[in-house]
Write a protein that binds this ligand. Structure first.
Ligand code: NAD
Ligand code: AHE
Ligand code: ZN
Ligand code: ZN
Length: 369
């Protein structure tokens, strides 16, 4: 059948909206009609050409919400009509990683996912007979997309898909990084570098964890208002200081914060985030994704003296078993999502969403199909 999609034909070029072919789901796969999708900075990162796994032409997008339209042979865990959130971190429940109890990084289909293919090694998208690649196993910038059954989380049908789509990446990642990865304890001090959809969600997580002080750091001071609304207590613009920002934060906090989070994807800032942590116990979590060839560095002494460097993907959240409860927390009013939607638009205006992000004017744009 045909579907409308935003196609990334090559790196650094705007997406083009067109009709492409999408094949029926095969065994163990589902077709989902997307209702809405957020645009995350990772989509822009891959489109920029910096992602070593970026493949073109492809259908980007990984922050969606939709309805199951069809299921392939053998699919038992979801049915036509179910409301689902696509999972770029699937959960098979059977692989070494799923069974470890130590990580959410299911590896059952990671190899083909990284090649832009379905688990059987082929693509369901094409145009004029030529394949178009999938992205992150989700490709939510197509009205109809095909996903492996293990890469969808079934959620409460009462939840508005044009809001909870943001739980498919940004909000869950930020909150999960605090609660699952860092395990921030009540009374702890926190610094958040970068106040986009991810950093603001880290602030939400820090509030849920009852942090005593939440220092919001961004070079775009317009982001401070939303950070304050969500519960940040201190606001720091690195451009206003001549000293390295880690020194400024160490001075502000009697020796450094208990936890810091890098939510930008800037390797210099990752160093600052580590080095603003308290000697002996401070922990820094890398969430931002950095381009091909970029590396982090610090003096090993920083780690010898007790600071810890960690990273997180999707906030350590296991999609099929844990994401439905994030939706319930939103429904109860415990997680804020609506506030993060600063812009909505149709698929034909998706390039505006990328522009707004790059201009620092949006928190999240949501594309409504
Ligand atoms: P965004 O573009 O919405 O926000 C980035 C923020 O960083 C902006 O407010 C910007 O002003 C700020 N910033 C830029 N340079 C800065 C600097 N030098 N110092 C301080 N602030 C600076 O992006 P987002 O969607 O929130 O994503 C943030 C990062 O997280 C990206 O790298 C994205 O790829 C990554 N990400 C990772 C995961 C994961 O699972 N690890 C999930 C989602 C997103
Ligand atoms: N292909 C990229 C990987 C980028 C990356 O780390 N992605 C995160 C999710 S970002 C969502 O906005 C992730 O899940 N990582 C774990 C994984 O297995 O990809 C690169 O830089 O190589
Ligand atoms: Zn994302
Ligand atoms: Zn698994």
């Amino acid at each position: 059948m045909k579907t409308r999609a935003a196609v990334a034909w090559e790196a650094g070029k705007p997406l083009t909206i067109e009709e492409i072919d999408v094949a029926e789901p095969k065994a163990g796969e589902v077709m989902v009609r997307m209702v809405a999708t957020g645009v995350c900075h990772t989509d822009a990162y891959t489109l920029s050409g910096d992602d070593p796994e970026g493949i073109f032409p492809s259908v980007l997008g990984h922050e969606g919400g939709g309805v199951v339209e069809a299921v392939g042979p053998g699919v038992t865990s979801v049915a036509v009509g179910d409301h689902v959130i696509p999972l770029y971190t699937p959960e098979c429940g059977k692989c070494k990683f799923c069974l470890s109890g130590k990580t959410n990084l299911c590896q059952a289909i990671r190899a083909t996912q990284g090649q832009g293919l379905m688990p059987d090694g082929s693509s369901r998208f094409s145009k004029n007979g030529k394949p178009i690649f999938h992205y992150m196993g989700t490709s939510t910038f197509a009205e109809y997309t095909v996903l492996p059954e293990i890469a969808v989380a079934k959620i409460n049908k009462a939840a508005p898909l044009d809001k909870v789509c943001l739980l498919g990446c940004g909000i869950t990642t930020g909150i999960g990084a605090v609660l699952n990865t860092a395990k921030v304890e009540p009374g702890a001090t926190v610094a958040v570098f970068g106040l986009g959809g991810i950093g603001l969600s880290v602030i939400q997580g820090a509030v849920l964890a009852k942090a005593s002080r939440i220092i919001a750091v961004d070079i775009n001071t317009e982001k401070f208002e939303m950070a304050k609304l969500l519960g940040a207590t201190d606001f720091v613009n690195p451009s206003e200081y001549s000293d390295p920002i880690q020194n400024v934060i160490v001075d502000l906090t009697d020796g450094g914060v208990d936890y810091s989070f890098e939510c930008v994807g800037n390797t210099n800032l990752m160093r600052s985030a580590l080095e603003c942590c308290h000697k002996g116990w401070g922990e820094s979590v890398i969430i931002g994704v950095a381009g091909s060839g970029q590396e982090i560095s610090t003096r090993p002494f920083q780690l010898v003296t007790g600071r810890v460097w960690r990273g997180t993907a999707f906030g350590g959240v296991k999609g099929r078993t844990q994401l439905p409860d994030y939706v319930e927390q939103y429904m109860r009013g415990d997680i804020k999502v609506d506030e993060m939607v600063t812009h909505t638009m149709g698929l034909d205006k998706i390039n505006d969403a990328f522009d707004l992000m790059h201009e620092g004017k949006s928190i999240r744009s949501v594309i409504i199909y």
